[in-house]
Each structure stands twice: as C-alpha cells, then as structure tokens.
Design a protein around this ligand. Structure first.
Ligand code: SAH
Length: 249
C-alpha cells in the first residue's frame, strides 16, 4: 500500500473549517495529497486553524476548476457517498475500499472523492467513479460531517498499510488501468458512435450513457482494453459513414 498515490478530492466544500479538519485527518493517517474543486472559501484562516499541525497539507493542496482536472492521471476513482442511489454502483465499506485500492496504489494514482456538505455528490460526478464507498451508520442518520468521513476512510487506508505488509506479501499483477481522461475520451467517442449508428438520440438521452458508464466502470478497464474498444467504435463509425454515403465506384 502506497499512501502517497492516494488523493483526497473535496468538491465545492462550503466551510473552510471542514477543509482544515480534513487536512488534519489526512496527515494523522499519512495521506498528503489534497485536491479542492472550487472550494467556496480557500485559503482561509479558519481552515488553517482547524488544520492545526497539518497546514503543510493545505499549502500543497491543488485547487481545481473541475472534477476532471482533479482526477487527471487517476486510474481508480472511488466516490464517498452518504446515501443509497437510484442506479446502484458497486459499493464498498471503508475496509473493503482500502483492500480494493491497495494493490493498485503501488503504480496507479487513486482518487477518493467527497461531496458538498449540503448536497453530496451529483450524478455527473458519480459518473466519473467506478465504485462507491459508504460508511455504514445509523440508517436514519447516515450523513457524517465531511471531514469525519475523510477520517474514517483514511483510517482504514492506514490499517491496510499496517496490515498489508504481512498479509499481502504477494504482489498482485495487474495491467495499467485506464486513466480518468482516457475513459472520458472513450465515453465521448462511444456517445458519438451511438449517434452515428442511430442507436442513441441526443434529444432523448434517458439514462443510456449513465448505464453504459456504470457497466464499463465496474470492470475497471485497462488501458489496452480501452484502446481495443475505441478501435471497435472507430470501425463502426467508419462503416456508418460508408453506409450514409454509399460509394459510387
Ligand atoms: N446531505 C448530503 C450529505 C453530504 S455529507 C447528501 O445527502 O448526500 C458530505 C460528504 O461527506 C458526502 O458527499 C460524502 O462524500 C461524505 N459522507 C458523509 N457521510 C458519509 C457516509 N456515511 N459514507 C460515505 N461518505 C460519507
């Protein structure tokens, strides 16, 4: 388990105190990469005060304009969700999440994404995640403070680091997972190809692309597999274009 490759992404956090508390929780557990997507107030005295001895995590935090920017280079993206969703994603508890990411962490950048205090993660943000992590709590009161959620999930990552050295001696051989940008490129081409072969009507999108993303995301696609799928899409697009303009020779 290499904690240096795991980033915590906070989306549009409203309270700077939560950003500071998150930095502290991270540093306590040995994490250091904090990404802030459009924080409402940052930098801020309250964040620094709540970070206590972890102001270095805040100073090195990357402030981003979009989630896509915060996920650049990531091969594994897990969303932290306080509630059950209409379309279900494969879901871990924090311990399972730590065990899942550990074998990737040696050579792959990993993101764990946290939502807004009042409204959590939006569907378009969940679309970027292959898995969700949910902290099981009292069903009638299941929403933790965002920094408390970061604490619980980071603690399990640390436990995996401490136990993994003995329990997980065998390296797990995996091919390079596709990065978030590579997947986005594939989904863009897929949508375009589905339009060209008359399967998808952009005026009546429904939930098709969301369901397809969920299907592919849960298989944790590797880079070579994305290249194969894109090759197939290109071939379908070529055929569709030939069909639309039959050759005259
Ligand atoms: N009212 C919001 C809750 C937001 S809490 C909602 O209904 O979604 C802010 C963030 O903390 C959440 O988006 C999530 O990333 C994290 N969080 C809070 N409780 C959690 C839980 N039980 N499991 C996993 N993440 C949680």
């Amino acid at each position: 388990m290499n904690l240096a490759n795991i980033r915590i992404v906070m989306i549009e956090t409203s309270h700077p105190g939560n950003i500071g508390a998150c930095a502290r929780a991270m540093k306590n557990m040995g994490l250091s990469q904090l990404y802030l997507v459009k924080p409402i107030r940052f930098p801020d005295e309250e964040a620094t005060a709540r970070a206590s001895g972890a102001s270095d995590v805040l100073e090195h935090a990357s402030v981003c304009d979009s989630l896509a920017q915060a996920l650049e280079g990531c091969g594994v993206v897990v969303g932290a969700s306080a509630r059950r969703r209409a379309i279900t994603w494969p879901e871990f508890n924090p311990r399972e999440c730590a065990a899942f990411v550990a074998p990737y962490s040696d050579d792959t950048e990993i993101a764990i994404v946290f939502g807004r205090e009042c409204s959590g993660l939006r569907n378009e943000e969940l679309d970027c995640c292959s898995h969700l992590v949910h902290i099981p709590c009292n069903e009638v009161f299941s929403s933790l403070n965002v920094a408390a959620a970061v604490q619980v999930i980071s603690y399990e990552l640390r436990m995996q680091l401490l136990q993994g050295n003995t329990a997980n001696d065998e390296p797990v051989l995996i091919d390079q997972p596709a990065t978030s940008e590579e997947l986005e490129g594939m989904y863009e081409q897929m949508q375009q190809a589905l339009v060209e072969i008359d399967f998808f009507d952009p005026d009546k999108p429904g939930k098709l692309m969301r369901r397809l993303r969920r299907l592919y995301n849960r298989t944790a696609l590797e880079r070579r597999e994305v290249n194969i799928l894109r090759g197939i899409l290109s071939a379908a697009q070529r055929q569709a274009r030939l069909g639309a303009c039959p050759r005259t020779d």
